[in-house]
Each structure stands twice: as structure tokens, then as C-alpha cells.
Design a protein around this ligand. Sequence first.
Ligand code: NDP
Length: 244
Amino acid sequence: MELEHGIAVVTGGSRGIGLAVATELARGGAKVALLARDGVRAMEAAGGLPGGGHLGCSCDVADTAAVGEAVRHVTGELGSPTILVNNAGITRDTILLRMKDETWDEVIDVNLKGAFNMARAVIRGMLKRRDGVILNISSVVGLVGNPGQVNYAASKAGILGLTKSLAREVAFRGIRCNAIAPGYIETEMTAALTESQTQTLLTRIPLGRLGVPDDVASLARFLAGPAARYITGQVVVVDGGMTM
Ligand code: NDP
């Protein structure tokens, strides 16, 4: 139980990749708080995690005040967070020509500002304790781009700059900050892919299948734990070889 005594906050932990990551962290012995806008679903998901004493709560990560409140609530119930996984994310795809200000802003606010809001809310506690791990879920789209996703790709590339700058900022206190860049992972986010889109994608994935949330979660558990103690400021791609 390498994460025993760990207190983890996973944003977007109510389903998909976030829920798989939360499950692995709980298996590692951490107490986990799941944050999502739908608080009921987050609470139900928290109730299903291995071990006991986990927490689910409603929080829109784009809302600075709500993030402060949620982190105070988690700290009061479980203690000061030692692991933060910035996983909450949305897509609002359309070509640049048709993209409205709101469509750009919404994606940047959730995917990028949300990660900033969360990191700022937990970092003081981590600095005080001289211990902490921050994992940011980016995307291969942030590395190689994707037509129809200028907002999403910009947010996911932004996450990489945030990760590396923060890693440099807090390393002196032993705090690590890394990013994971998944390829195509089967979740509600990618459920809209048609059969022919999936077949086309598969021709580009050397390992011959789409990813599943557990493919990301096992890496997250490793990066959150002591075996990754000398790894910081890195971006680890989990995409079946698609973008090698
Ligand atoms: P899902 O759509 O399945 O889940 C998204 C999660 O984020 C839900 O729990 C959702 O809950 C939560 N969420 C969305 N908006 C907010 C918000 N404003 N505040 C708090 N929570 C929010 O997505 P995935 O599991 O597929 O994706 C998880 C992360 O992985 C995302 O950052 C995504 O960009 C990234 N990713 C996914 C890939 C994939 O192929 N699936 C590939 C690469 C990266 P609620 O709606 O209740 O708020």
C-alpha cells in the first residue's frame, strides 16, 4: 500500500479516466476525494471505491470560489491533499472558422484554468509539508494538434507549460508535477466516434486497439507513488504508439 496516508483529489473523478485513476489510488491506500459538477454522481462513485472513507463533492473547477470551497471541505473531512490529479476536461469541437468566443473560453476555462485553480488551492499545504504530487491529464492532441480542436489542443498544450513551470517552481520542496498525455481512450468523451472513425483510428495505433481508462490509471498510480520519486516535469504519452 504505497499510497497509505495519501490524500488524493481527483477532478472529473465521477467517471471515465478520472474514476479509473481514483480507483487505482484508492487501491494504493490513498483516501480519495472525487470532484465533478454532478455532486450526486461524484458521491456515488466515491462510495464504490475500494477501501472506505472516500468523498465525493460537487465542484466546477472553472469557478475559482467553488474550488476554494471544495478544497477547504476536503481538507476538513480527509486532511490536506497530498496528491492532486487535474483530470476534469471537456471538448467543444468545431473548425476555427465557426468557433465562437464562448466555445473557446469554455474549454480553456475548464481544462486549463481549472488545473490552475486546483493547483493554486492545494499548493500551500504541499509546500508546508514539503511533500506532494500533482498529475495533470493532458492529451496527445496537445502535442500533435487535431483539426476541429484548436480550443482543446491549446488547453492541453497549455497544461504542459503549466506542468513544467510548476515542476520547476516547487521541486525545491520535494513536490513533483508531471503530465500524462493519453491517446484515444474509451470513455463517454469518445463514445461519439462512429465505427468507420474507429477503424481509421485503429490503422494509426501500432498496438491495435483503443485505450481503456485503466491504461492511464496504472501510470497515474506509479507517478503518484514513491517509485517515481525522481521523476518531475515530464510528459508521459499513453497512446498505444500512435504518436511515436
Ligand atoms: P469524461 O467526459 O468521461 O469525464 C469527464 C469528467 O470531468 C467527468 O467526471 C465530468 O463530470 C468532469 N467535469 C467536466 N467538466 C467539469 C468541470 N467544469 N468541473 C469539474 N468536473 C468536470 O472524460 P474522459 O474520462 O474521457 O477524460 C478525462 C480527461 O482525460 C479529460 O481531461 C480529457 O481531456 C482527457 N483525455 C481524454 C482522452 C480520451 O480519449 N477519452 C484522450 C486524452 C485526454 P461532470 O460532467 O459531472 O462535471
